[in-house]
Design a protein around this ligand. Structure first.
Ligand code: 5GP
Length: 260
């Protein structure tokens, strides 16, 4: 690891130069922060679980035609991804009121929103990632109109897909954060999904008990955060076999089981 050139170190991940031009290695740490890094800690095994969950989600998103940076998982904590020029916007998709929207607008946590809401935050730690309007994005040139159309369309597709994926394992997708980046081909660029999708950046509630299965366990000192992350991975079927990407439904295994 020390031989590789480190490109960037974030709160939960490190990016290293990849083996080919235009690639990076994304390393998942166990470190956890909350409230703009005022609260710091570690969640044992989080990096390993997030690497697997993110691989799973990005692979499936790729299958349904949501372009993203994921290439392949390399080992327990690392994945190979395409290098992108990160767009400095955090895209938050909300289905149910919780967290900052409840605080800001006084909507009780757990109240379903009349319709899915997309919010944008300016990615700037020093400013505490402030909420922004699309007008700010256009005004300061952080993304153009066409890119914003692609971003909002992809965010809705990701939400539709993930709502179904989590509902199938009795989890309610309350909200989540996405990041996007540009890839260049000569003078042309297109926007793809980047970063990670894991319980670090999603609110996931058990549909029966309402139990939180995400980073809010750490943020709110609820305890059991490692177990919650593991539970999400277990329900997704990611814990039995660590040899490679698991399939949602393995037809050949199913046929064998049925003696066909
Ligand atoms: P809120 O705005 O309510 O704090 O967060 C909304 C959703 O976006 C939550 O699922 C939260 O986990 C995610 N989110 C917002 N900002 C960040 C961030 O800086 N890092 C991570 N990991 N998730 C974030």
């Amino acid at each position: 690891m020390s031989r590789r050139r480190q490109i960037y170190e974030g709160k939960a991940k490190i990016l290293y130069e990849g083996p080919e031009p235009g690639t990076l290695i994304q390393y998942f740490k166990d470190d956890a922060t909350a409230f703009n890094a005022q609260k710091k800690g570690t969640i044992q095994g989080k990096g390993v679980i997030n690497n697997r969950i993110s691989e799973y989600v990005f692979t499936r998103l790729n299958h349904i035609g949501v372009p993203n940076h994921f290439i392949r998982r390399l080992n327990m904590r690392e994945q190979l991804v395409r290098q992108v020029e990160i767009i400095p916007i955090e895209v938050v998709v909300r289905n149910v009121a919780a967290g900052s929207i409840s605080k800001r607008l006084g909507i009780p946590e757990g109240e379903p929103l009349p319709h899915t809401l997309i919010e944008y935050y300016f990615k700037d730690d020093a400013l505490g990632d402030p909420l922004i309007a699309e007008e700010h994005i256009a005004c300061f040139g952080w993304a153009n109109n066409e890119e914003m159309q692609d971003i909002s369309a992809m965010a809705i597709r990701v939400n539709d897909f993930m709502c179904g994926m989590f509902a199938a394992i009795n989890i309610r997708l309350v909200d989540f954060k996405l990041e996007f980046g540009r890839i260049w081909d000569g003078d042309y660029s297109r926007v793809i999904l980047a970063d990670e999708i894991s319980p670090d950046g999603c609110r996931l509630w058990d549909m029966t008990t309402g139990e939180k299965l995400d980073k809010d366990r750490f943020r709110r000192d609820l305890g059991g955060e490692s177990e919650a992350y593991q539970e999400v991975a277990r329900r997704l079927g990611l814990l039995q076999d660590d040899n490679g990407p698991s399939e949602v439904f393995d037809l050949s295994k199913h046929r064998k089981l049925r003696g066909k």
